[in-house]
Write a protein that binds this ligand. Sequence first.
Ligand SMILES: [Zn+2]
Length: 277
Amino acid sequence: MRQVTTLTELGDGVYAWLQPGGESGVSNAGVVVDDDGITVIDTLMVRSQWEPFAAAVEALDVPIKRTVLTHAHVDHVGGTKAFPKAAIYASQQTSDALDLAMRLDAYKAFMPAFEEEFDDLDELGTRPVTHLITGAASLTPRVEVLPAEGHTAGDVIVLVADADVCFAGDLCFFGVTPLAFQGDPALWADMLDAVVELADTIVPGHGPIGSETEARALQSYLRHCVAAADGGPPIPAGPWDSWLERERDAINIERVELLARGDDVIPPAMLKAIGFA
Ligand SMILES: [Zn+2]
């Protein structure tokens, strides 16, 4: 039976939309209510995901003013048209990516569970970014945006300090192996030192809500990837033994090796996973 997702209230007017599992294509989103209206954080991927999310947000009966996109990956930006009147805030990198055509074949090969829905998404398309995030800024009295990097070059974190909640986007994967095919695992691990200082409650891009404990496990995993790529030991036993998608180890380690050689390219293991090798 299909699980029914609902808005989880994390504080007064602060909600997470948590899709169970958190594997490829199954991401989380967030909602923050200010006096002037709602800020939506990320928009999920395909219609069967964002339609119920948008309906739940509309049911709050407050104008939907803004969308913040944490990065450009399709499982976070696919639902931008579900919020047609919202201003869209994102990094320059996300804006550039949304201006390009969708890589439909790659999406279908990498996320076959959604193959049929990608045709619908391709037809529908996404909305362009309307407001660039170029530095740390307060979008509203409650919503602060913080540029970051590590998962991609254009990551954005959303902080709601009064509720002690941070929406980390894909800088956090909890219970799911992180995916660094466009990231920098060493930089990403360092960035998590800052993330854990932001708030006690962390909403990850994939997986259940967590806190410093889960973020530190992710940091440790990423550092093991860096060590393994550097000729060190393979990734030892650890909390990641129970994580989904461990086939990503190869992608993450290859990415470190490539970056060490100055090659900012997609790792061969990822190209294979998207059907290009
Ligand atoms: Zn991502």
